[in-house]
Ligand binder design. Structure first.
Ligand code: CAA
Length: 282
């Protein structure tokens, strides 16, 4: 099936980034969210991002016009015309399984249903549909317009054809697909989240200030951002959720979340999106 129309579910940071990249890569893009405020914010975020990318010569005027033409919709009606559906809704297993059931009912037969989940089993998501061979993980990284990686996760029943089609789409989007098997946290978060967790343990034990911990990893290990700064970017609630998945599904206490992380989530200090995390963004 040739891919023309990409339908993205979820207008949050990841969803709007994916819709933007799909549009600037030549696909017709639709972004859906049930919350109208989320759609408005997504539209503004895409306008800001593409204006900046245009100024820097990273996209041209035609690509900017394609991003400006993204459709923002409150329901799945337009999904019947979609050739690929990418789900980037909230990281809640019950919500995702329900969305995949609805996607399966709304999308045409043969259409690939992808999830941007960072930790929920693709095999489990696929089992909520009648097309497990056409369900796959497309795990984009934040900020989507700038990051090269898409982790492509095959569920137990994902077909070779689906994996190949999705890898080709990633390349059209200017991304580098890397295949991972369906295992808790896949490759990216199996490695990244324990590192962030260790940085939070170091902070809670007074080994260093947030600035010192981040500087050591930036200046000493050439990481573009320190682990605490990165946790603020990802969202502390997301990091906590992923660590809980790793601890539960791999059955290893080495993944137990630092209590400071839990405390900050309880306090609503969720990082950049909340204006406060390990750093203040007022
Ligand atoms: N669109 C357009 N421009 C953007 C942007 C976006 N979405 N996001 C940031 N920028 C711009 C900034 O506004 C800034 O522009 P100016 O220079 O004009 O101010 C520029 O990009 C960033 O430039 P900087 O020199 O400040 O920063 P940088 O060169 O370090 O690059 C970065 C920024 C690419 C985010 C880099 O810091 C980086 O790679 N950080 C690590 C990000 C990372 O690890 N992401 C993965 C998180 S994990 C995940 O997403 C998955 C999961 O499941 C948890």
């Amino acid at each position: 099936m040739s891919i023309r129309h990409v339908f993205v579910i979820g207008a949050g940071t990841m969803g709007n980034g994916i819709a933007q990249v799909a549009a600037t890569s030549g696909y017709q893009a639709t972004c859906m969210d049930v919350q109208s405020t989320a759609l408005e914010k997504a539209k503004a975020a895409i306008a800001r991002s593409t204006t900046k990318l245009l100024e820097k010569g990273m996209i041209d005027a035609e690509q900017k016009a394609s991003a400006d033409a993204i459709q923002f919709v409150p329901n799945m009606n337009a999904m019947k015309d979609a050739d690929l559906v990418i789900e980037a809704a909230t990281e809640n297993p019950e919500v995702k399984l329900k969305i995949f059931k609805d996607m399966d009912a709304s999308a045409r037969e043969g259409v690939i249903l992808a999830s941007n989940t960072s930790s929920i089993s693709i095999t489990k998501i696929a089992a909520a549909t009648n097309r497990p061979d056409r369900v796959i993980g497309m795990h984009f990284m934040n900020p989507v317009p700038l990051m090269k990686l898409v982790e492509v996760i095959r569920g137990l029943g994902t077909s070779d054809e689906t994996a190949k089609t999705v890898a080709d789409i990633c390349k059209v989007m200017g991304k580098e697909p890397v295949e991972a098997n369906d295992s808790p946290g896949f490759i990216s978060n199996r490695i990244l989240c324990p590192m962030i967790n260790e940085a939070v343990f170091a902070l809670q034990e007074g080994v260093g200030t947030p600035e010192a911990i981040d500087q050591v990893m930036k200046l000493g290990m050439n990481h573009p951002m320190g682990p605490l700064e990165l946790a603020d970017l990802i969202g502390l609630d997301v990091v906590l959720f992923i660590l809980e998945v790793l601890q539960r599904d791999l059955g290893e206490d080495k993944y137990r979340p630092a209590y400071l992380l839990r405390k900050m989530v309880d306090a609503g200090h969720l990082g950049k999106k909340a204006g406060r995390g390990f750093y203040s963004y007022q």
